[in-house]
Design a protein around this ligand. Structure first.
Ligand code: FAD
Length: 389
């Protein structure tokens, strides 16, 4: 394995400050030491590396851009760089951290009561508790507003019924943030593991994100205290705002997966020889692929950095984040496919990381708003006309 030195064609490092570079280097070393030596094995076995949960907590990965309750209070660019480096290791690991921070800690931080914050945020930040985010249902993915899960008030309690599908970390979560339709609209409930009527099971047979747990949740007459509802999360905009946080991190993360594939293909193409004992990197059609890959990675880096700087100034909104997620995940998937091709037959073997990244990115392309849905969000922003239905 070669030492990863980053991908920086346009001196983008000169746009980062020392603190940002330090955060990136810390995560880079963590991934080199703790993830890369074993990731292919975990991926092959379909095993989530649970032993990394406390190590990542020590490094402040969970809710890194949140303030208070023990959180690191990093800038959004620093947070993005964490996601980038983690996904250079594996999208599954980055997914775990995204869900924990952006989809569980963020909503509690943003919409929770003081009691909920005190109870959950330090535990989630320290990795003593794991969270999951239950929005998608078997019949409602791109259109979560159609959800069937119901919350019915009964005195000082709510009774929850419904099913959630494709939930990251579902079976390992100590607390599930479940979105359900109540009398006054969609509301979020913190449902603890072991609550009677609440069950979860893993989705087996995934070709993608194999080092991440993905589960179904079932709620059958689950009785939770009214105090488990997030008091300030009212209506669909609340879960959508959480998705904006997670999508922002994904936009950065995809760059990491792309960099890993690009680097692997470059190293390979310089030593693999075909025709007249010449490295395949010297053939023009292979060179064209590298020109495309590095150009697209560079554009993606600039896009992520600009959205990050805007977010740090409180100026990034969901439609900016849609452009970041849509462009960068598509770029990463296309980079992985091109890199796979450059490795020829070796590209399909898990001795190399490319096929794993490529398979992972198929999920990343679909979750957190599919590519199509982000197309519609961006187009709505510029035309003023929604075209979802
Ligand atoms: C590994 C993995 C982990 C996940 N983790 C979570 C999680 O932690 N929590 C959670 O709540 N969900 C999670 N999801 C679910 C994910 O968010 C959904 O899969 C996603 O929103 C898409 O929904 P769907 O799969 O039902 O596809 P559908 O909505 O059925 O879409 C299928 C296809 O139709 C297209 N389509 C749909 N509507 C339109 C339209 N109006 N215009 C054009 N095209 C359209 C889509 O773009 C897509 O190509 C996860 C998914 C995966 C694969």
């Amino acid at each position: 394995m070669f030492a990863f030195r980053g991908v920086d064609y346009l001196e983008i490092d000169s746009l980062l400050n020392d603190q940002e570079k330090l955060v990136r280097q810390t995560v880079r070393e963590f991934v080199d030491k703790e993830v890369l030596p074993s990731i292919e094995e975990w991926n092959r076995e379909g095993k989530f590396p649970r032993h990394l949960v406390p190590l990542m907590a020590e490094l402040d990965f969970y809710g890194a851009n949140l303030e208070g309750y023990g959180c690191a209070g990093m800038s959004n660019v620093e947070y993005g760089l964490i996601m980038q480096e983690l996904e250079r290791g594996d999208s599954g690991l980055r997914s775990f951290v995204s869900v924990q921070g952006a989809l569980v800690m963020y909503p509690i931080h943003q919409y929770g009561s003081e009691e909920q914050k005190q109870r959950w945020l330090p535990a989630l930040h320290e990795g003593r508790a794991i969270g999951c985010f239950g929005l998608t249902e078997p019949d409602f993915g791109s259109n979560p507003g159609g959800m069937r899960a119901r919350a019915v008030k009964d005195g000082e309690h709510y009774v929850l019924n419904g099913e959630k599908a494709w939930i990251t970390s579902g079976t390992i979560a100590d607390v599930a943030l479940v979105w359900a339709r109540a009398e006054d609209g969609i509301r979020g409930f913190l449902v603890e593991r072991g609550t009677p009527g609440f069950t979860s099971k893993d989705i087996k047979g995934k070709f993608s994100l194999r080092a991440s747990v993905t589960s179904s949740l079932a709620l059958q007459d689950v009785r939770v205290p009214a105090s488990s509802m997030l008091p300030k999360a009212k209506g669909l905009p609340a879960p959508l705002s959480c998705l904006t946080q997670a999508r922002y991190g994904i936009g950065w993360g995809a760059i990491g997966a792309a960099m890993a594939c690009y680097n692997e293909a470059l190293e390979y193409a310089k030593v693999r020889k075909q025709f007249d004992d010449k490295p395949i990197a010297s053939h023009q059609l292979v060179q064209a692929k590298f020109a495309d890959m590095i150009t697209e990675i560079t554009k993606a880096q600039l896009l992520a950095l600009q959205v990050g700087r805007l977010k740090d100034r409180g100026r990034a909104d969901f439609a900016h984040v849609s452009m970041l997620k849509r462009n960068n995940v598509k770029m990463a998937l296309e980079t992985a496919r091109a890199a796979r091709d450059i490795l020829g037959a070796n590209g399909v073997a898990d001795e190399y990381p490319i096929f794993r990244h490529m398979c992972n990115l198929e999920s990343v392309y679909t979750y957190e708003g599919t590519h199509n849905i982000h197309t519609l969000i961006i187009a709505e922003r510029v035309t003023g006309i929604p075209a979802y239905k």
